[in-house]
Design a protein around this ligand. Structure first.
Ligand SMILES: Cc1cc2nc3c(=O)[nH]c(=O)nc-3n(C[C@H](O)[C@H](O)[C@H](O)COP(=O)(O)O)c2cc1C
Length: 318
């Protein structure tokens, strides 16, 4: 697969952009364990071009492993999206991805995210504006859904439009906006987009193990596989998809410990807030292991890093 100047091996793997999950510490772990790309979560174009500190903080990245650094932006106004792309570029972005799939009403009511699939003219204007704002060497990509709802499954025709407008790759989540994250992903939408465009297509939705990834490629002919929830608490999924081993319990513990410490250091926020924010991810790491329910209850009562590290060590060395 090639996206602009970036060339990838067979079966490239992408960590899905996920709000409050695809943060630098987790992106770094996934990239080290075999992910080829790991975009940021969706960042507000309005926040970026206005240089709002809270939004800019999400542009912190690690050039040593994020090659390229992929920044996902959302917005409804072509001028804002173009200016946001320039800010992302100045701060290290090597690929700018446009969110055309977010189902959250706060985003869609303004015409951004998945609402763009109902408004292809606007989507095209956004791609063209962002494309014009960036040098040729910086690819613009997009992430779409199968459609707005079951009555408007337009992924293939929509993909053709944005390809003509200049996107260099398209990620397809095989669910409609109406489905949000429920039900099963329709990989047929991925196959339909693949047949419709020449740029690389990244398939997404319900990949939970290596067999799923291989089946998605076989059934859709997609060029790369994007993994979201299947990587939460299981970044080893990328290594396993590439034929590597599953982790044992103690290797899990080493990564969880590191993830927590980097998480706390990265955000530099109050210890108790950092510890609380980590709970959801910690629960994912424990999923399926003996004693997980008790461990989850225990960590809900912990407010400081030292005690949490103690609990992690005890649980993962059990
Ligand atoms: C907690 C969470 C946050 C998400 N945030 C984003 C986001 O910021 N940008 C985006 O394009 N998709 C986002 N998504 C959608 C995922 O990227 C992905 O398309 C979806 O989870 C389906 O893939 P999966 O079945 O592998 O999880 C999010 C999903 C989850 C579960």
């Amino acid at each position: 697969m090639r996206i602009g100047p970036y060339v990838f091996d067979a079966l490239p793997l992408v960590l899905a952009p996920m709000a409050a999950v695809s943060e630098l510490p987790f992106r770094r772990i996934c990239l080290e364990l075999g992910a080829d790309l790991a975009p940021t979560e969706l960042l507000s174009a309005e926040g970026l071009w206005r240089l709002q500190a809270r939004t800019l903080a999400y542009l912190r990245h690690d050039p040593a492993c994020e090659r390229p650094f992929v920044v996902q932006i959302f917005g409804a106004r072509p001028e804002s999206m173009a200016k946001a792309a320039e800010v992302a570029l100045e701060r290290g972005a090597g690929i700018v991805d446009i969110n055309m799939g977010c189902p959250v009403s706060k985003v869609t009511k303004n015409g951004a995210g998945a609402a763009l699939m109902n408004d292809p003219e606007r989507a095209v204007a956004i791609v063209e504006a962002v494309r014009r704002a960036l040098p040729e060497s910086i690819p613009v990509t997009a992430k779409i859904r199968s459609g707005w709802d079951s009555a408007s499954l337009n992924a293939a025709s929509f993909a053709e439009r944005i390809e003509q407008a200049g996107v260099a790759a398209i990620a397809v989540h095989g669910r409609t906006r109406a489905q949000a994250y429920s039900g099963t992903a329709d990989w047929g939408a991925i196959a339909a987009v693949k047949r419709a465009v020449r740029v690389p297509v990244i398939g997404n939705g319900d990949v939970l193990c290596r067999e799923d990834a291989l089946r998605m490629v076989a059934e859709t002919d997609c060029d790369a596989v994007m993994i979201g929830r299947g990587a939460m608490g299981n970044p080893w999924i990328f290594r396993e998809c590439k034929g590597g081993p599953a982790p044992d319990r103690s290797e899990r513990g080493v990564i969880v410990r590191r993830h927590l410490l980097e998480h706390v250091g990265h955000f530099g926020r109050e210890e108790v807030k950092a510890v609380h924010a980590f709970r959801a991810q910690l629960a994912c790491y424990a999923r399926g292991l003996s004693g997980a329910a008790e461990f989850r209850r225990e960590v809900m009562r912990i407010d400081d890093v030292a005690s949490l590290l103690g609990a992690i060590d005890a649980f993962f060395s059990a």
